[in-house]
Design a protein around this ligand. Structure first.
Ligand code: ZN
Ligand code: ZN
Length: 360
């Protein structure tokens, strides 16, 4: 059985438990997760009993056949409409649908074409996706390794030096990830230097790096569809006392957050483990975002690890731990790793670049 088939069986079990005859999956990233199909038009029907159906259009006949060989293929341009019609023809009376994806207009069409009662299965596939199988962990591990290697090269080649602009550094880092086998960057690389490092999600500008700057790099690679996510903050020249202080504080908070990662841990408690370190140092106000997030086929996915999160960690969840302290006008530090939670073991650290303060 393929990994995708095993995932569909998990969704099938959910459908049965909810008394549904079938689930209609319209979110493309979820279709990819459940079939392996990467085209831009695809709807999947997973019945409580028997064969799964993938509908796409004629551009993707060959690709869908190759990527999803173990599902029935239906080739029609209006894939959601065609799949709903098929669900109705197959006698499905209670049809699960992704209410977080389907528009009000499409919902009306689905009701009309299927003749079924539509029942929300909001987040059901995302919940499955939060727990990674071996294939997914391997892809994430490679994506993270690519980012680690790219940063190591950038540093070794003197790519982080006064005189370069943030944009130059960002492009350099991204091209090194491609050289190491990335499909692309996970997201627009953040290069934030000097005072800009105090902006959590700064976009690279033409600012020229100067001696004495913090340089905060938040970046990642995609590999086989999976995203890596890592932040490191380095300093150009001997750090000032305040820079060492902020760095050591964030590093201690990040370590506390990683140590709190365990099966059964409440996501708010994990956030608090790191946040309490920063609050105790009187900098609580300077850490104005959540501690981390799930990562996989999307750069941000379940679970959210933060003060307003809910739920507990499960074996094989892939998550980031990324506290930061940002001092407006001066500079900031964030340190971020991607890890896989493991039952009865330490979390598996996928981003292995040093967290010692690197002075260049
Ligand atoms: Zn990041
Ligand atoms: Zn992140």
């Amino acid at each position: 059985m393929t990994a995708a088939a095993a995932r569909r069986d998990l969704l099938r079990a959910k459908a049965r438990a909810a008394g549904l005859d079938a689930v209609l999956v319209t979110r493309l990233v979820n279709v990819r997760y459940l079939t392996g199909f990467t085209g831009s038009n695809g709807v999947l029907l997973v019945p409580a009993d028997g064969p799964d159906l993938l509908c796409t259009d004629g551009r993707y006949t060959v690709q869908a056949g190759a990527q999803a060989p173990d599902v029935e293929l239906l080739i029609e341009r209006a894939s959601a409409v065609a799949t709903a019609r098929r669900a109705g023809a197959d006698g499905h009376r209670r049809l699960g649908f992704e209410s977080h994806d389907v528009t009000v207009d499409l919902h009306a069409v689905l009701v009309e074409r299927s003749g079924a009662e539509l029942v929300s299965v909001r987040g059901a596939v995302e919940e499955l996706r939060a727990v990674k199988d071996d294939e997914e962990v391997a892809a994430l591990r490679e994506a993270c390794a690519i980012a680690d290697r790219a940063l190591a090269d950038l540093v070794a080649d003197g790519g982080l030096r006064p005189g370069r602009t943030e944009r130059e550094v960002g492009r350099d880092l991204e091209s090194r990830m491609l050289d190491h086998g990335a499909d692309g960057p996970s997201f627009e690389t953040i290069v934030a230097s000097g005072p800009n490092s105090a902006i959590p999600h700064h976009r690279p500008t033409g600012r020229v790096l100067e001696t004495g700057d913090f340089v905060k790099l938040d970046f990642g690679a995609t590999f086989a569809g999976y995203h890596s996510d890592m932040t490191r903050t380095l300093v150009l020249g001997e750090p000032a006392d305040w820079q060492r202080e902020v760095y050591d504080l964030v590093r201690a908070a990040q370590a506390a957050g990683r140590e709190a990662l365990a099966v059964g841990a409440d996501v708010r408690a994990v956030d608090a483990a790191a946040r309490d370190v920063i609050v105790a140092a009187g900098q609580g106000e300077r850490f104005a975002h959540g501690l981390g997030h799930g990562v996989g086929l999307e750069i941000h996915e379940a679970p959210a690890i933060g003060q307003s999160g809910a739920g507990t960690l499960v074996d094989r969840m892939a998550v980031t731990v990324e506290p930061g302290v940002y001092l407006p006008g001066r500079g900031g530090v964030r340190i971020e790793d991607t890890l896989v939670v493991r039952a009865g073991a330490e979390p598996d650290l996928l981003t292995t670049t040093t967290k010692d303060l690197v002075v260049l």
